[in-house]
Design a protein around this ligand. Structure first.
Ligand code: NAG
Ligand code: NAG
Ligand code: NAG
Ligand code: NAG
Length: 222
């Protein structure tokens, strides 16, 4: 009887592990790309054109939230207003965006939460949760989008979406054949680099705990 119960438990854990692997491998574990997908799904459902995914914009979105990390106020709002010049003088150079290709930012949405949430929930509960942000998302001026996200140790988790009206090929172009500069923390859409820290650590911890449990319960059988 006890043995049967244990087996059932292990099955659940094993399934959990498999599921985590599947979820993890989608988009190579980059939730910023998932969020871009939700934005485009929401737009195409309204017969609006899809936005192209710009890694240069994504990297700048990550820079934006890096700067605002101390300013998460309650109710997922970020009380932060970087000076306009920061886009050209700080964010772009930090990302390795070629300066002559800097285009116009046509909108931005920033949100924060006490911990990491799935991209679908971040979309509806953190970023696009009122009419104002929904109409911003559906603005006809946008043609490109970039998403950055980062979590801070014991601190809140930030998401940022930047929109621009430039063409992906010719605006916010990254140096070094589109590689730009590797981010130290977090991740951004369209990036060729994997996410750093944040939810990845949580996933990893989950793996370790699950595997140790399976191992221990396996030993118990002998
Ligand atoms: C963050 O909040 C502080 C305190 O309210 C404020 O002084 C600062 O300007 C904010 N940072 C930005 C970049 O807006
Ligand atoms: C769309 O965005 C542009 C650029 O930011 C702005 O000038 C315009 O007022 C917005 N349109 C609507 C309908 O909000
Ligand atoms: C688009 O997003 C808004 C805000 O989260 C939501 O209310 C609406 O149902 C979404 N529309 C579609 C077609 O997904
Ligand atoms: C973007 O640039 C590539 C090569 O530089 C070119 O092949 C492609 O047609 C361009 N796409 C658009 C939409 O201009």
């Amino acid at each position: 009887m006890v043995m049967k119960k244990l087996c059932f438990c292990e099955w659940i854990l094993l399934c959990h592990l498999l599921l985590a692997t599947i979820v993890c491998s989608k988009h190579h574990g980059n939730p910023a790309n998932d969020l871009v997908e939700f934005i485009n799904q929401n737009r195409t459902a309204q017969k609006l054109p899809q936005l192209s995914d710009s890694p240069g914009l994504g990297c700048m979105a990550l820079q934006y939230v890096e700067l605002c990390k101390g300013n998460c106020s309650g109710n997922s709002a970020v009380n932060c207003k970087p000076p306009d010049d920061d886009f050209t003088e700080v964010f772009a150079p930090n990302c390795g965006v070629e300066l002559p290709t800097i285009g116009t930012i046509t909108g931005h949405i920033v949100g924060c939460q006490s911990k990491y949430t799935e991209p679908s929930l971040a979309f509806s509960n953190v970023l696009v949760k009122d009419r104002k942000t929904l109409s911003l998302l559906r603005n006809k001026s946008h043609s490109a989008v970039g998403v950055g996200l980062v979590g801070f140790h014991k601190g809140p988790f930030f998401w940022c979406v930047l929109f621009s009206n430039g063409r992906t090929n010719s605006t916010f172009v990254l140096e070094d054949r589109g590689q730009g500069i590797k981010q130290k923390k977090g991740c951004y859409s369209g990036s060729s680099f994997p996410c750093n820290a944040g939810q990845r650590n949580a996933m990893f911890l989950n793996y370790i705990i699950t595997i140790s449990y399976l191992f221990v319960s396996l030993l118990n059988h002998f």
